[in-house]
Design a protein around this ligand. Sequence first.
Ligand code: ADP
Length: 604
Amino acid sequence: MNEVKEPKKPLLYYYGIILLALMLINFLAMPYMNRRQIQEVDYNTFISMTENQEISRVQIQDNQILFTDKEETMIYRTGLMDDPGLTDRLYASGADFGSEIVEETSPFATFLLSWVLPVVIFYLIGQYFMRRMTKKMGGGNSMMFGMGKSNAKVYVKSSEGIKFSDVAGEDEAKENLTEIVEYLHNPDKYKEIGASMPKGILLVGPPGTGKTMLAKAVAGEANVPFFSMSGSEFVEMFVGMGASKVRDLFKQAKEKAPCIVFIDEIDAIGKKRDGQLGGNDEREQTLNQLLTEMDGFEGNTGVIILAATNRPESLDPALTRPGRFDRRVPVELPDLKGREDILRVHAKKIRISDNIDFNKVARMASGASGAELANIVNEAALRAVRDGRSFASQEDLEESIEVVIAGYQKKNAILTNKEKLVVSYHEIGHALVAAMQSHSAPVQKITIIPRTSGALGYTMQVEEGNHYLMSKEELENRIATITGGRAAEEVVFDSVTTGASNDIEQATKLARAMITRYGMSEDFDMVALETVTNQYLGGDASLACSAETAAEIDRKVVELVRAQHEKAIRIIRENRAKLDELAKYLYEQETITGDEFMKILEAK
Ligand code: ADP
């Protein structure tokens, strides 16, 4: 641990306290201890002891007389008197005048008491505080300088570990990782031909798609130890600690090779080093150490590093270059089939009725991640228990989708009748505009039961299937659909409400993306005016154009949204009768399914 930089401030602080304590003990405690060794006697006793020749040594000081008995077991003290014959009498008694009488504690004990004891006391106090501090910071180490030790959790070979079969969907990712398992099983096969395994593999994808699970599954399949640590755990309060943790982790891993080292949220340490003032020294040192360690071991030591992140674009290029994390495995949101498989895997863990239509549930939960699907199954089981049933049903699953996505139903609805009517028209407005453009059922279901998430109504969209390209017309139609809710309010009530704020946001985002990123406006041709910075976490974009162009973009966005809004109003006006009929149905029933919707719409 000698490379670890000592934390300067706390140590200085401790030295200061120790010095102060020593001085205090020397000034206050020592004289007190000396005094205890000395017995106070009166002058009479002194005279009689002199006469009885019971004194061994004597010392006459300025204001007192110190003397010892013959056995030197005790020091006595008495006051000074005007006693002219004293010297003669003492001489006659055979007392020794020469030596100095001081306290009788041994020099060793004095040293112990005045120097060693305080140091020990304050070391212990220091230890206590450091331990508390380390605990607070999440490290579990007890030694002050043990802070640089890695606290990676190790899952050593276990027969009931996670296997690939527990991870549903994600077939491409699994296929990619199977090679690693193969290598860990039989490294010689690869060595013979001279192939070396990638040292690091980066799992990238949105949160909750099973990246951690996949890493565990690789270890489970290969039956090797699995070291797991989160990127943020490396970053410590003191510069250098994280680097030392990295060293320690790799040391442990090499001892246990073949093994898997998994670093979750690697962006916490692997962010681009930008060299700006006020940069994070600790993080950069940790990253440098990680880079060095990855270079340091040969390709075939049997240590494979898996790392997960949902912000791949923010990683330092040095980290992703060949020789380090040279393979990137995308772990995307599951498609319909994937969702169905994930539901089935998790449904095995709960008691569930036999006639579940997993495909329908998967279709309803479009866009859900693996973690959300696991949550949906669990919510269904909880709901069954609440209702006193011993197994979960199809209805439980369907209701829990809404719970997971939109929150629980608000029991004591606080909507006035007018509000309820507005919400009905708003939701039907969206669906009607969508249906008139696509000529098919636009929704699975609409409900206007308020949810705890704050949504007053809730629309479950139809699964669009695996759809990777969208045309300009489709995008425009979508904007029209989004504006359809507000359009219905305008047409029917001739007033507008705050209910459309989310719609406005979405429509603007889409229109802006069409112009700045998809090259769908004639004026700007195929010029990228915006770059996406956070693909997996909401997809924030930053403008990359001049101020004049930005103003022009704003104008175009307004134009685009306005045109679609007008189209939506036109569609609503043309179908006013159907709108009223559908909204009335929703208002009364509070729920309408896609089939019911189409039946009413298509009825002559
Ligand atoms: P990530 O690391 O990508 O954020 P996790 O691997 O921690 O996600 O997944 C969280 C939970 O979601 C898992 O414990 C599991 O229950 C569930 N899950 C996610 N993806 C899948 C999947 N493909 N198959 C089965 N369960 C999954």
